[in-house]
Write a protein that binds this ligand. Structure first.
Ligand SMILES: Cc1cc2nc3c(=O)[nH]c(=O)nc-3n(C[C@H](O)[C@H](O)[C@H](O)COP(=O)(O)OP(=O)(O)OC[C@H]3O[C@@H](n4cnc5c(N)ncnc54)[C@H](O)[C@@H]3O)c2cc1C
Length: 311
């Protein structure tokens, strides 16, 4: 129930403006978002790299409504990739970027998909020049087909472009089969949006079972599975599947979000696993923050107290 309210709130313009201007918001945001400027992102990536972790950088933004805004997001990615490259952080894909297609124009009417494809292509060119990769985030189910189409188009020129699949969707086991081939980078997550029973499992246990079925397909395949979860049981099962399929830390990785279970991120890396931290930065943190609170209702009381505090 609370999860649904928070996911609904993530799309509410009125609440957004209240939360963004509330005195205590920044304090909560800082736990999940290292800052608003490219330099903040760079600092976080450098710090995590120093801890033996790899990272994927997300310039926050979604649901872009103007073509100029989509171009600005594209340019922000190109700039940050250049900064990361100049700082020597992108070698071997140690720091890569994650892109939401809705931020680069996917929702701009009839031409949206084409605009998003062209902007994503420019980001891929900048990533190639920096010696690193791009992963396309996955948003709500109405965008899945379009995002997978853009992925296929981009992979013709940039075969290393990765995709995200969400275990809560009924279709995902089939998508995993389609994307389990050689060179295919797939991040598997549970899914963060509010989806109807017509397309998605509703109970946590059904989502977890689907996750394990999907991961089994990816681990048995020829691609590069990226296990995006903080769930200890999922992480244990991923480890067992990796052993069963004779995978090494060079052909799969674990991924977690910035600020969530940082000790576990370091423990896995210390055990020799490849661990990538998803680092969001930028002014548009509202929708991202609401989805993180929806995953962890225990944080909501802390959040509400912070909102009305002066901090
Ligand atoms: C690298 C990465 C990229 C992602 N990309 C996408 C994407 O493109 N599209 C998409 O729909 N979703 C994405 N997600 C979000 C994902 O779908 C889930 O909503 C999120 O990861 C929570 O699911 P979980 O697997 O961690 O398991 P859960 O069952 O939600 O959590 C397991 C445990 O992790 C800890 N935990 C989880 N969330 C939080 C939190 N917010 N605060 C504190 N502790 C927490 C708790 O200890 C909890 O018990 C991504 C997640 C990761 C890690």
């Amino acid at each position: 129930m609370l999860r649904e309210v928070l996911l609904h709130a993530s799309r509410s313009a009125g609440l957004r403006s209240f939360v963004e201007t509330a005195p205590g918001s920044r304090q909560v945001v800082r736990r999940y978002v290292p800052g608003t400027r490219p330099e903040d992102a760079l600092r976080a990536c450098r710090d995590l790299t120093g801890q033996g972790l790899t990272t994927t950088l997300d310039h926050l933004g979604e649901d872009t409504t103007e073509p100029e805004q989509a171009r600005a997001v594209r340019d922000a990615y190109v700039t940050v990739l250049r900064l990361l490259s100049d700082a020597g952080l992108t070698q071997g894909g140690r720091v890569e970027v994650s892109v939401k297609l809705s931020a680069v124009g996917q929702a701009l009417g009839e031409d949206g998909e084409k605009i998003a494809l062209e902007n994503a292509r420019a980001i891929c060119e900048a990533a190639a020049a920096a010696g690193t990769t791009v992963t396309l985030d996955m948003e709500d189910h109405t965008t899945t087909d379009s995002t997978l189409f853009v992925l296929r188009e981009l992979r013709r020129d940039f075969p290393w472009v990765g995709a995200v699949l969400q275990a809560y969707l009924y279709r995902t086991e089939g998508d995993c089969k389609d994307l389990a081939g050689e060179g295919s980078r797939v991040r598997l997550c549970k899914g963060a949006y509010k989806e109807p029973p017509s397309v998605a499992y509703q109970s946590a246990s059904d989502v977890d079972r689907s996750y394990v079925r999907c991961l089994s397909v990816l681990m048995a395949g020829q691609g590069y599975p990226m296990v995006a979860s903080h769930d200890p049981r999922i992480i244990d099962i991923a480890g067992a599947l990796a052993v069963r399929h004779r995978r090494t830390p060079a052909d799969h990785e674990y991924q977690m979000l910035y600020g969530i279970r940082p000790d576990e991120q370091r423990r896995l890396a210390g055990d020799g696993e490849t661990v990538r931290v998803y680092v969001p930065y930028g002014e548009e943190w509202y929708g991202y923050l609401m989805r993180r609170l929806a995953e962890r209702p225990a944080n909501v009381a802390f959040f509400l107290r912070s909102l009305v505090s002066r901090g």
